[in-house]
Design a binder for this molecule. Structure first.
Ligand code: NAD
Length: 307
């Protein structure tokens, strides 16, 4: 099976590495020249729970020619349309496309490039970091839930689950993945912009007097909008999940903090709280917390000159 990882940042490197180690035919696709050059010359260097260096093919998306059996999308949300445009030539009649990005609404973008029957949507709680070009930090463990948008695609999707599990990625076929995607979005929507704006870690934010009311209101807005879109969300269960995660990840600086504060890169805010605010507007549901927090992150991006 020929597997492309479209977007070989931290997560793409994790998945590419684990699949390669399991004997799969893997090609990384990316547009960061220094990263491509480092992996082509030195190999992909792994640190964290183990130290390793692997030689793994990597190229620009437009250079890929062989039709894919599976494409795993791991760009940042704002890079997704460009990546899909650049990999059109490797999407054939047998190609399945699995989306594991954080955020909401990616299926609407993917369906412009991929037939609905070939799209798998998923969510992962694996994590990864990049120390620099060609250097991935892989620590801890995780899981993947995925579902074929077309129920007739379940059999093929289960084969992909088997391949992911062969690589130790703990995947399951989930007959109702959307609530889990939204639940993860609630984690991101409560922790990422708050820590990025306040320049603190998760534990520091959750210890403030203001955190409980902010977290409650953000989750409530996600739940109101999700339910209006027909997604069954349990507000109490999600709140407990967010609170439990905040304890486990207390010392962690969320990726939006890393993007905005440390690396001065654009954030995924428009696809998390921003997506809820946009959908809320269409549905006539007030989302003042999501709108305000989105505006603040966008303003901070502009102040920092991030494009
Ligand atoms: P990433 O920022 O590491 O990589 C995304 C893209 O940006 C890649 O193409 C990468 O090459 C490029 N990039 C990274 N650093 C760059 C730099 N300094 N200069 C130029 N280009 C650079 O993103 P990620 O963390 O792999 O996340 C991919 C998706 O997975 C996102 O939707 C994210 O929210 C989600 N996700 C991430 C994690 C995590 O722990 N990192 C966990 C779960 C889900």
């Amino acid at each position: 099976m020929l597997i492309y990882i479209a977007g070989a940042g931290a997560m793409g490197c994790r998945f590419g590495y684990q699949l390669l180690k399991n004997g799969q035919d893997v090609i990384l696709l990316d547009n960061w020249d220094a990263h491509i050059a480092a992996i082509q010359s030195r190999g992909l260097e792994i640190t964290g729970d183990k130290t390793d260096t692997v030689h793994i093919p990597i190229m620009h998306p437009t250079e890929a020619t062989q039709k894919a059996d599976l494409i795993i999308l791991f760009t940042k949300a704002m890079q997704l349309p460009t990546m899909l445009q650049e990999i059109k030539q490797i999407i054939g009649p047998r190609t399945k496309v699995l989306c594991l990005l954080n955020g909401l609404g990616h299926e609407d973008v993917i369906r412009q490039y991929v037939p609905l029957k070939d799209i798998l949507m998923g969510v992962t709680i694996w994590t990864a970091g990049l120390e620099g070009p060609g250097k991935a930090i892989l620590a801890g463990t995780g899981t993947i839930n995925l579902q074929s948008i077309d129920p007739n695609g379940k059999g093929d999707a289960e084969q992909i689950v088997t391949i992911l599990n062969g690589a130790g990625l703990n995947a399951i076929y989930d007959d109702d993945v959307l609530p889990n995607i939204w639940r993860k979005a609630c984690v991101n929507g409560t922790m990422n912009p708050t820590c990025a704006l306040l320049e603190c870690n998760i534990g520091q934010f959750f210890a403030t007097d203001e955190a409980p009311i902010m977290v409650k209101n953000i989750i409530h807005e996600f739940v109101m909008v999700g339910e209006a879109k027909g997604i069954a969300l349990d507000e109490d269960e999600i709140t407990k999940y967010v609170m439990d995660t905040s304890v486990k990840a207390a010392h962690h600086y969320p990726s939006m903090y890393q993007d905005l504060v440390q690396n001065h890169r654009p954030t995924e805010i428009n696809y998390i709280n921003g997506a809820v605010a946009r959908m809320g507007k269409q549905l006539n549901i007030a989302t003042p917390y999501c709108q305000m927090i989105t505006d603040l992150v966008l303003a901070k991006q502009q102040i920092l000159g991030i494009k």
